[in-house]
Design a protein around this ligand. Structure first.
Ligand code: NAD
Length: 487
């Protein structure tokens, strides 16, 4: 399907805006080596190290998000049918908060950090300096195409780097919009946007970068890491996977159902930390299912295609992918939902029961509005189930019994976790966000984004006023004794 078709078909829902006049572009004349060389010249000039420059750029980004809110929201509606308020909160407000945190704390973050040093090195001073890394590449995905491209660059700029942004071609209107407006606000000599698909990303990956920050699927993450390895470039990989949810018999089921349904069906399930599937204590399975249905009806009404508050699948390729999971052998049957409309890229919020744990819908990350609910006999079975699979990006546990929540946290490994909630773990800027194992490596948000894009340079300052001969040869017996005793 071409981009124009994709925008046009999605224009039928009440949530979609008119197709943007900005058309997505590839960059056939991309000269990646020259681009990186240009930015390296800027970096080497020292311009981006200035704290005033960093703050000025962050304020310009802030201004851009405020002044161009309408352009951004209509691009998000065009690509994903995102309801305006959802798009504002999860894409624009999120980045504005990151900028506010960076502006408030930057002076403190850049201050060399004093550390204690051993008595043998006294008199002297130990300091850790935060140096910018240089010229960095940020590659974004399509599901939160504004937040996931711009939140990393808040830290990259705060840390004094030059940045190339590569928006996802799968959300073409957002890509074109950001490529058009970013140069109007940010310093073109230090921040560039490259649009395009695999050829452009491949050309960019062939260059020498000082850091690559990639958000997307693990299969592409492997390509990114292999390319980075050629230049020993460090990477941050923000990947996905199947984030499990355990609902215990002690859980507040009414709240659990609402929070699971909200976290799952936000952005039509196209959220990296969406609850992928639910493991529920058998004794409360029937009640949870009933409450999930009530929660969905309350949020989206009976005809979920009618509401302006439910997003669409990003394109027909992903519509076909999610549909195949729903139709696949062993996927189970819809407890509710299951309706589809290919012409509108619509798949209804769907809860599946009777799902085979070995079926494809329980193997692949769903990344769509399907929620398999599987019964287990207790917390230990849930932990075994989770530990027999890849380490997830997020893990959710609903329980009022603290022994259960402690046991789940202690017995499993995941990028992050939330107790009695979904997705909220992303919100506090002081909680670093990232994966582990197959769900990624490295973390960001708040100060961690600044740290990700900084080199921690250890510096020991010595005095020349004292220069005891003990450390120098010749190593007499007396010196050896002293060295063995005190070092
Ligand atoms: P995508 O297809 O938009 O790809 C992301 C980027 O990779 C794009 O810029 C694209 O141009 C580039 N790319 C794709 N294939 C490539 C190739 N062969 N060579 C070079 N570059 C290539 O997005 P996606 O991967 O479909 O994103 C969805 C995945 O991202 C899901 O698995 C989701 O869980 C994960 N995700 C993770 C996070 C997180 O924060 N951890 C956030 C959002 C999405």
């Amino acid at each position: 399907m071409t981009t124009t078709e994709s925008i046009a078909t999605k224009g039928r829902t009440p949530t979609r805006s008119e197709p943007s006049p900005l058309s997505p572009r590839s960059t056939p004349d991309l000269d990646a080596p020259a681009l990186v060389a240009d930015l390296r010249t800027t970096f080497n000039s020292g311009a981006t190290k200035s704290i005033d420059w960093r703050k000025g750029q962050l304020k310009a980004l802030q201004r851009m998000l405020v002044e161009r809110e309408d352009d951004i929201l209509s691009a998000l509606a065009s690509d994903l049918g995102k309801p305006n308020i959802e798009a504002f909160v999860t894409e624009i407000a999120f980045v504005l908060t990151e900028i506010a945190v960076a502006l408030k704390n930057l002076d403190r973050w850049v201050r060399p950090e004093k550390v204690r040093i051993p008595a043998t090195q006294l008199p002297g001073k130990g300091r850790i300096y935060r140096d910018p890394l240089g010229v960095v590449l940020v590659i974004g995905p399509w599901n939160y195409p504004v937040q996931l491209l711009l939140a990393p660059i808040v830290g990259a700029i705060a840390a004094g780097n030059c940045v190339v942004l590569k928006p996802s071609e799968v959300s073409p209107t957002v890509s074109a919009t950001l490529a058009a407006i970013i140069p109007q606000y940010l310093d073109h000599s230090a921040v560039r946007v490259v649009e395009g698909a695999i050829p452009e990303t491949t050309a960019l990956l062939a260059q020498r970068w000082d850091h690559i920050f990639y958000t997307g699927h693990g299969s592409t993450g492997r390509i990114v890491m292999a390319a980075a390895a050629k230049n020993l470039t460090p990477v941050t990989l923000e990947l996905g996977g199947k984030s499990p949810t355990y609902v215990d018999a002690s859980a507040n089921l009414t709240v659990a159902a609402k929070r699971i349904a909200w976290g799952k069906f936000l952005n039509a399930g196209q959220t990296c930390v969406a609850p992928d599937y639910v493991l529920v204590h058998r004794s409360v399975e029937a009640e949870l299912l009933k409450k999930l249905q009530e929660a969905v009806t309350q949020m989206y009404g009976v005809n979920t295609q009618e509401t302006p508050d439910f997003a669409r699948i990003v394109d027909s390729r992903h519509f076909v992918r999610v549909s195949a999971l729903l139709d696949g052998e062993g996927a189970g049957t819809p407890y509710f939902g299951g309706e589809r409309d290919a012409s509108d890229c619509f798949i209804a919020p769907t809860v599946l029961v009777g799902t085979d744990p070995e079926s494809k819908v329980m193997q692949d990350e769903i990344f769509g509005p399907l929620l398999p609910v599987l019964a287990v006999d207790g917390v230990e079975e849930a932990i075994d189930f989770i530990n027999n699979r890849d380490k997830p990006l997020a893990l959710y546990v609903f329980a009022e019994d603290k022994r259960v929540t402690d046991r789940v946290l202690d017995g499993t490994s995941s990028g992050g976790a939330c107790i009695n909630g979904t997705l909220f773990q992303l919100v506090p800027p002081n909680l670093p966000f990232g994966g582990v194992g197959e769900s990624g490596q490295g973390a960001y948000h708040g100060r961690s984004t600044f740290e990700t894009f900084s080199h921690h340079k250890s510096v020991l300052k010595k005095t020349t006023r004292l220069d005891p001969p003990i450390a120098y040869p010749p190593y007499t017996e007396r010196k050896k004794k002293i060295l063995r005793r005190f070092i």
